[in-house]
Design a binder for this molecule. Structure first.
Ligand code: DQA
Length: 147
C-alpha cells in the first residue's frame, strides 16, 4: 500500500522557521527519511506540502483512488481552523495520524484545540522531526503487508 504524508502551511520553511520551536531539520530531510523508511518496509511513499487549504483537500480526495492505505498529516496552522480538511479525511475514511513537531498543548491556548485529534488513529507531538519518525513507525505497523 501507499503511505501519504501531508504537510500544511509554512512547513516548507522548516530549517529556518522559528528553529527554537521547530528545530533545524528541513522538510526535504524529513521527507527523504520517511521515504527511505517506507520503501525499506516495502511500501510506496507519496508526499505533498501546501500552504493552500483547497490543495490539501483535493489531495486527500484523490487518495481515495490511488492506493493510499495510511496518511500522516501535519495540518500545521490548519490544525486549529480547518473543518474542510477534517471533513475530507472523514469522507475518504483512510486512517491517519496527526503529527506536530512542537507540543501544541504547552503553547498558546489557541493551539490547544485540534479539528483532527478525535478522528485520528493517534497523535504524535512534541518530539521535533522525530515526531514524524515515531508516527511513521506506527503507520507502517498498521499498513497491510506488502504484496
Ligand atoms: C505545528 C503546530 C501548529 O500549531 C503550528 O501552526 C504549525 C506547526 C507543529 O508541527 O508543531 O505550523 O503543526
Amino acid at each position: 500500500a501507499q503511505l501519504l504524508a501531508l504537510h500544511g502551511p509554512n512547513l516548507n520553511l522548516l530549517g529556518t522557521r522559528e528553529p527554537e520551536v521547530y528545530g533545524r531539520t528541513t522538510l526535504a530531510e524529513i521527507d527523504a527519511d520517511l521515504r527511505a523508511r517506507t520503501e525499506a518496509a516495502g511500501h510506496a511513499y507519496a508526499s505533498l506540502q501546501s500552504n493552500a487549504e483547497h490543495v490539501l483537500v483535493e489531495r486527500i480526495q484523490a487518495a481515495r483512488g490511488d492506493g493510499t492505505g495510511f496518511i500522516l498529516i501535519n495540518p500545521a496552522a490548519f490544525t486549529h481552523t480547518s473543518v474542510a480538511i477534517r471533513d475530507a479525511l472523514a469522507a475518504v475514511a483512510i486512517p491517519f495520524i496527526e503529527v506536530h513537531l512542537s507540543n501544541p498543548h504547552r503553547r498558546e491556548p489557541f493551539r490547544h484545540t485540534s479539528y483532527f485529534s478525535d478522528l485520528a488513529t493517534g497523535v504524535v507531538c512534541g518530539f521535533g522531526a522525530d515526531s514524524y519518525r515515531y508516527a511513521l513507525d506506527a503507520a507502517l505497523r498498521r499498513l497491510a503487508p506488502p504484496s
